[in-house]
Design a protein around this ligand. Structure first.
Ligand code: AMP
Length: 199
């Protein structure tokens, strides 16, 4: 199995690089942001709760988020070659929970790919995405709040996973395919797993 976390600030390219990881390694993709946006679009009870946090740029509480992830894994991950976790974990308690959820299923986390992008570029990218897709939380005020939350609550995970010897820092600026080449090279060195398309 190959279980990866795609880590990085909002706007760092996690969604874009996830799509390539799924293609090249045959992995199952879980984006907690997408799961929540889908609930909001369908108007579920969970969606109504999630919207209150997402619209303010805040994180959904850990207990709720961990239950949601457990449920998605239970319904979808069995029999898959592995999973790309995109946007989870975002806090230390979530990272600890992920370890336990994977251990319970007889597997482990193999690498944490961290996309590193300067703050001005993150803001530019999110403002553009907001204009192009209409994504509600890609507006100036919410972007500011999300970056603050990222620095306070999520960035400490970099040290957490560095200590666990799982963190793989990747320059997330430049051409999408070149960024992916660096990710693939790092995964190969760390886990021995190779991409489908040789370059
Ligand atoms: P994303 O699409 O990953 O940028 O997530 C969009 C929003 O969904 C975030 O700003 C949070 O409000 C919420 N969210 C997504 N994943 C998580 C998570 N792991 N923990 C808490 N909140 C999350």
């Amino acid at each position: 199995m190959l279980n990866l976390v795609l880590f990085g600030a909002p706007g760092s390219g996690k969604g874009t690089q996830s799509a390539k990881l799924i293609d090249e390694y045959g992995l199952y993709h879980i984006s907690t942001g997408e799961v929540l946006r889908d609930h909001i679009a369908r108007g579920t009870d969970l969606g109504k709760i999630a919207d209150q946090y997402i619209s303010k740029g805040q994180l959904i509480p850990d207990d709720l988020m961990i239950d949601i992830l457990d449920d998605v894994l239970e319904k979808n991950a069995a029999g898959k070659k592995g999973v790309v976790f995109d946007g989870f974990p975002r806090t230390i308690p979530q990272a600890k929970a992920l370890k336990e959820l994977l251990q319970r299923r007889g597997t482990d986390l193999h690498a944490v790919v961290g996309l590193e992008v300067p703050e001005e570029e993150l803001i530019d990218r999110m403002l553009k995405r907001g204009q192009q897709t209409g994504r509600a939380d890609d507006n100036e005020d919410t972007i500011k709040k999300r970056l603050e939350v990222y620095h306070n609550q999520t960035e400490p995970l970099r040290d957490f996973y560095t200590v666990e010897n799982k963190y793989l820092g990747i320059n997330g600026t430049g051409v999408v395919d070149e960024i992916f080449d660096n990710i693939a090279q790092g995964i190969k060195e760390r886990t021995g797993e190779d991409r489908r398309t040789k370059r």
